[in-house]
Ligand binder design. Structure first.
Ligand SMILES: NC(=O)c1ccc[n+]([C@@H]2O[C@H](COP(=O)([O-])OP(=O)(O)OC[C@H]3O[C@@H](n4cnc5c(N)ncnc54)[C@H](OP(=O)(O)O)[C@@H]3O)[C@@H](O)[C@H]2O)c1
Length: 338
């Protein structure tokens, strides 16, 4: 057994898209757990778009990562040593381990995993992203049978869950995804009624024309994952009293949008259509997490909810996998296996 741990820290703040030099690898002796602490050997790490925001020194809904600090993130692992009666060596747990091979965490910040499903599902379909889709759709999407929903990043862990839950509720579901392969996956695996490749459309008006064809009755719910060109394309197609849960704007995480400014028309559509636009931060919904697990775990176990994982092996490859994920280079839930 090793007596060392490796951590990936924030070496400098990125200018635009992160590059490998923004991260540093550090090795240090394994700590020993004190009273109430648990030492975890990490087996899976989650990569999520929100991590890009935490690399900027900007005040937001959660603290940013300080220079030299370990990169923030959730992991799954096995307990190596425990200073708490509630955990024993060998227990499989999840918690905010950071980008690291091992983590020393307060027992209260860990949750035991004891189901039959693969451990990695605790980071994707049955973890924060899947839960975000479930909670946000109920609270802010308010789907009704016969309506039409549009979501981008549609094959990712949030978008694929949004699409499947909306389809099960009787909606027409339209996926926006990057490239022909992801578009096919959206329809074949995640059951979307139609899919559109945003990369095949240079501007918002071309994308809007394609969307209008596959959403002939207009759009009732636009689940906002990306912002940018997709937002500008969809909003004018919204029906009266449509809903827009604003979950993420990944198109703008690393750069400012370019091109002619059509935002005045977009925001006027919000006004004239009396749309409900809701900001969504999953922190507000954690009390409902047990309800989500009770409802959705059997659906995943019974193959009623599909999920896709894109696994990269080794901590060494984590920064590049993160950079690829931000640009659509991964399909499904991005995971690191240690
Ligand atoms: N508010 C909350 O509490 C909360 C919680 C979880 C997630 N989120 C947000 O939800 C969104 C989806 O998260 P996720 O974990 O499911 O992400 P993800 O799908 O694993 O990864 C990001 C995807 O975004 C798409 N993308 C990147 N740049 C784009 C662009 N310029 N235009 C269109 N699409 C682009 C790519 O898909 P394609 O290759 O298909 O384009 C990429 O694969 C993110 O914005 C995330 O920050 C918010």
């Amino acid at each position: 057994m090793t007596d060392q741990m490796t951590r990936i820290t924030l070496a400098r703040r990125p200018d635009g898209l992160p590059v490998p030099e923004d991260f540093a690898f550090e090795t240090q002796p394994l700590p020993k757990p004190g009273a109430g602490e648990v030492l975890v050997e990490v087996t899976w790490l989650s990569l999520d778009p929100y991590m890009r925001g935490r690399m900027n020194a900007v005040a937001s809904y959660a603290p940013y990562v300080e220079l030299g600090e370990v990169m923030v993130g959730q992991g799954v692992g096995r307990v190596l040593a425990s200073g708490d009666d509630g955990f024993a060596p060998g227990d499989v747990v999840t918690g905010m381990t950071g980008w690291a091979s091992h983590a020393l965490l307060p027992a209260g910040d860990l949750r035991k995993l004891d189901g039959d499903l693969p451990e990695s599902t605790a980071l994707g379909v049955l973890g924060m992203p899947g839960f975000t889709a479930w909670a946000g759709l109920r609270a802010y999407g308010r789907p009704k049978s016969g309506e039409t929903l549009v979501v981008a990043a549609a094959t990712g862990p949030v978008g694929s869950m949004v699409g499947q839950l909306a389809k099960a509720a009787g909606l027409r579901t339209v996926a926006i995804a990057g490239g022909a392969e992801k578009c096919a996956l959206a329809v074949d695996k995640f059951g979307f009624d139609a899919s559109i490749d945003h990369k095949a459309h240079e501007d918002a008006s071309s994308l809007r024309k394609a969307l209008a064809e596959v959403a002939p009755d207009g759009v009732d719910i636009y689940w906002e994952n990306v912002g940018g060109k997709v937002l500008e394309a969809v909003v004018p197609l919204m029906n009266v009293a449509g809903r827009i849960p604003v979950c993420g704007t990944i198109a703008w995480y690393s750069a400012t949008p370019e091109g002619p400014n059509t935002l005045p028309m977009v925001w006027r559509s919000i006004l004239t259509k009396r749309l409900s636009v809701n900001g969504l931060i999953i922190f507000d919904h954690w009390d409902d997490y047990p309800t989500f697990l009770n409802e959705v775990t059997p659906m995943v176990a019974g193959d009623k909810i599909a999920y896709e994982e894109d696994v990269t092996d080794g901590l060494d490859n984590m920064p590049q996998a993160f950079i690829d994920m931000l640009q659509g280079g991964m399909t499904g839930k991005t995971l690191i296996r240690l």
